[in-house]
Design a protein around this ligand. Structure first.
Ligand code: NDP
Length: 804
């Protein structure tokens, strides 16, 4: 073809990126061992596996296939290194991280080519997106390493961290995991995905070049059933950070339940891409290309559900089909390619199956007229119309270049459709009316909201899910808390039997009522507290009551015995009170102050109740009431001060990191400090706009039931706090398994904590448990503060670009 003819057709010429340097490196290694203590070691089994190029199915190199014995060695190396690394001064850790960032930049082109070869993604994306973001993550977290002592006082690293990453962004996921972990002084054992281990192995060389102390970063390749499983179950691993499918995330939640391991999960998604009729449709088309054809659609936050306002739907879909016709699928190392190869034949098969299922269910499929390369794993960009909200291709994460389109008429309908998924990772909103876009953003249940843009990421802005998309954030300051714990926990108070009388206090103090009652010996008027649901005191469904004994072993009263049905009613009432989330922080603060005011009026009565239940002396009981009043004041104060932040990522725009309530939360109160323990859990959750179902201590429930009248007289809207008394573990299990409870805090026994973590996996609700360890609730460091506030919110990042 001559130049004239080229001008006629405007066909793309080939623009191949040279791979010879990378190929030479692969050849030189032939096969890779495991990276443990900065050394390359043979796997114990002597087994190796192949990594292949998805674009042509050819083998690239052999990598070690580790077994659990190798994981033991790697964890031991990380543990050994933790001793010194956790004590390494902030500035020294920062220097190492800076060195890693620099090395990554110096090897940027090499890493881009290697990533394309191993994963099949286009060189355009690895070069312009993946690798620059990897460097940015290490730079950004070098900054947090430098500032840790000043910015996170009272926190320390958790220890040895097991990290399991997927194949869709191999080096980027490594950076998201390793950078915050080592910045905070942890050491790491990382398992790359089976299909894409190579950039992690190149990174291991970079670790050597940067001179990181041996054992801080260990990289163990191998099968999930061997390496992944062994890491998850390893008793000397303190935290698991996982990115991958919701199913595997759920099984990890179950296997780590009760172990005390910290856990962060970044799981699947089915993110909506919402287009209003006033949006610039040409920009929208390019947005859709970035949303669903970026990385072949193998993106957890891919905008895979196009929701378009009915009156512009046909116009947009026509423009989109025209654009799809022009997309180019082919050799990932060709710089003019839009869509590369699918990571593996089995992933391709998965996509083909789901597409066939979509067609069988009656959806209309549209694909461009051209054909994909016949060699390697390729799939064309695909558009489905005529789908219903319940069809499988609308609900299931396809993880491929497949878009489903639906229409809506009103903004409310758009929100309803957008939230009609079990996931909640991200959403894009397209409209030229910024008021409308910013009104919709808080209504979408997702961790990242992109306004007139999509799939933008930055280390400064945390990323993570709502609902079954997992919990925990990666990036931003909030991401650091996944890798630290409060220092006081290191000298934890051991699990002990409840309701112990503090030594030498209160033995001789009077617990009886006033002298008036004693004088006339009047029989008390029976007062059996019912349950508190939807702002009303209601009888328990069971019709049974439970006796409550005082510290002296004598009957003190009775409370209702709540059951599954009562919990269900309470959850329903809590959902009905969801407007609480949109009450202004000022308003919520006023109500917390009002609760304190009404409690203060009755402090003597509440102190007496504490004395009766715990056997403590009057002075101590009053101390608990006063601490409760102070706690209510603290959370009233924080209500309008624990706010989000504004990030300035490197783009023309801002990211608004908003603290949003999680929704309906269950709280299971501790036995120690019947009033303070109860209020310490309820107050932060409602301060942040959640509604609550609370289970008071079963041995000392009367301080909580005495609060009914306080709540009733303090303008607290009905249903914001619901209280169900009864057997703790049974009620906690119902809450843990309830699909409509979004988070659960549990402060009871170690066994109960395990049960809560295990049972919560059904809808991946966030949990916070004490593993049977007591806290000193009087201590403001242990009993209140940001730890509680952070567990009461989820961070939503709203990306708002600006400029014409
Ligand atoms: P997985 O969730 O199976 O794999 C992710 C990582 O976890 C890999 O390193 C994998 O190892 C490891 N792993 C798998 N099973 C276990 C286990 N039981 N214990 C510990 N580690 C384990 O994802 P797949 O790669 O199988 O992809 C399947 C589907 O998951 C995709 O089609 C997509 O829908 C979704 N997915 C979502 C991602 C996201 O970012 N949210 C990323 C990747 C996939 P190995 O590679 O050796 O199997």
């Amino acid at each position: 073809m001559n130049v004239m003819e080229l001008f006629e057709t405007m066909e793309y010429g080939p623009a191949p990126e040279a791979a010879n340097t990378v190929q030479a490196w692969l050849k030189e290694h032939e096969r890779f061992g495991l990276f443990i203590e900065n050394q390359w070691v043979e796997p114990a089994s002597g087994q190796y596996m192949e990594s292949t190029n998805p674009a042509n199915g050819k083998a690239l190199v052999q990598v070690a296939s580790a077994s659990s014995a190798d994981v033991d060695v790697a964890v031991a190396a990380a543990r050994k290194a933790f001793k010194a690394w956790s004590k390494t001064p902030d500035h020294v850790r920062a220097r190492y991280m800076y060195a890693l960032a620099r090395q990554i930049q110096k090897h940027a082109r090499f890493l881009s080519v290697l990533e394309s070869l191993d994963n099949g993604k286009s060189i355009r994306e690895t070069r312009d997106i993946d690798i620059p973001l990897v460097a940015r993550h290490f730079y950004y977290h070098a900054g947090w390493a430098q500032l840790m002592g000043r910015e996170l006082p009272g926190y320390e690293p958790v220890g040895v961290v097991g990290q399991i990453i997927p194949w869709n962004f191999p080096l980027l996921m490594l950076a998201w995991k390793i950078a915050p972990a080592i910045a905070m002084g942890n050491t790491v054992v990382l398992k790359p995905a089976r299909y894409t281990p190579l950039t992690a192995l190149k990174f291991a060389e970079i670790v050597q070049e940067a001179g990181l102390p041996a054992g801080v970063i260990n990289i163990v390749t191998g099968e999930a059933s061997q390496v992944g499983d062994a890491l998850v179950k390893h008793p000397d691993v303190n935290k698991i950070a996982f990115t991958g499918s919701t199913e595997v995330g759920r099984s990890i939640r179950r296997s780590t339940a009760g172990s005390g391991k910290k856990l962060s999960l970044e799981l699947g998604g089915k993110s909506p891409f919402i287009v209003f009729d006033d949006a610039d449709l040409d920009s929208v088309v390019e947005g859709v290309v970035d949303a669903i054809w970026f990385n072949q659609g193998q993106v957890c936050c891919a905008g895979s559900r196009l929701l378009v306002q009915e009156n512009v739907a046909e116009r947009l879909l026509n423009k989109l089909r025209a654009r799809m016709e022009k997309l180019r699928v082919g050799d990932p190392l060709d710089k003019g390619i839009d869509i590369g190869a699918i990571v593996s034949p089995s992933q391709l098969q998965e996509i083909e199956c789901l597409v066939a299922q979509g067609e069988a269910e009656g959806a209309e499929k549209w694909q461009p007229s051209w054909a994909c390369p016949s060699e390697g794993s390729f799939f064309p960009p695909t558009l489905f119309t005529n789908v219903s909200p319940a069809s499988s291709i609308v609900q299931v994460e396809i993880f491929g270049p497949v878009l489903v389109a639906m229409t809506f008429r009103t903004p409310a309908e758009a929100v309803q459709l957008a939230n009609n998924t079990r996931y909640g990772l991200a959403a894009s909103i397209w409209s030229d009316n910024i008021n409308l876009a910013l009104d919709i953003a808080p209504k979408i249940q997702a961790g990242s909201i992109w306004i007139n843009c999509t799939n933008v990421f930055d280390a400064s802005s945390g990323f993570g899910g709502y609902r079954e998309s997992g919990y925990g954030r990666e990036g931003g300051k909030e991401g650091l808390y996944e890798y630290v714990h409060p220092s006081w926990e290191t000298s934890q108070i051991p699990e002990k039997s409840q309701r112990t009388r503090p030594q030498g206090v209160g033995e001789n103090e009077e617990v009886a009522n006033t002298s008036e009652e004693a004088e006339f010996a009047l029989p008390a008027i029976d007062r059996t507290p019912k349950l508190f649901i939807g702002g009303k005191q209601v009888r328990p469904d069971s019709g049974y009551s439970l006796g409550v004994k005082g510290a002296d072993g004598k009957p003190l009263g009775e409370v209702g015995e709540g059951n599954r049905k009562d919990v269900r009613n309470a959850v329903e009432a809590a959902h009905a009170a969801s407007k609480w989330a949109s009450a202004t922080p000022h308003n919520r603060a006023q109500i917390l102050y009002y609760i304190a005011e009404n409690l203060a009026v009755r402090e003597g009565e509440f102190a007496r109740r504490i004395m009766q239940q715990t056997g403590r002396g009057r002075k101590e009981a009053l101390q608990e009431v006063h601490a409760t009043l102070s706690r209510l004041f603290s959370y009233a104060a924080w209500t309008d001060k624990f706010e989000g932040v504004i990030h300035r990522p490197p783009m023309r725009g801002v990211t608004l990191a908003m603290h949003e309530p999680i929704g309906v939360m269950g709280v299971v109160a501790p036995d120690e400090y019947p009033l303070l323990g109860f209020i310490s859990l309820v107050a932060p959750t409602i301060a942040m706009g959640n509604t609550v179902v609370a289970i008071p201590s079963p041995t000392a429930p009367l301080s909580a039931t005495d609060c009914y009248q306080i709540f009733e007289t303090s303008d607290l809207p009905a249903g914001v706090v619901n209280i169900v008394t009864g057997e703790r573990e049974g009620l906690a299990k119902v809450l843990a398994e309830h699909e409509d409870v979004d988070a659960l805090w549990y402060f009871g026994s170690a066994r109960g904590a395990k049960m809560v973590e295990e049972s919560s996996a059904s809808n991946m609700k966030r949990t916070w448990v004490n593993y049977g360890r007591q806290r000193d609730w009087l201590d403001p460091i242990q009993g209140e503060g940001e730890e509680f506030l952070r567990a009461s919110v989820q961070v939503k990042n709203i990306w708002v670009p600006y400029g014409e």
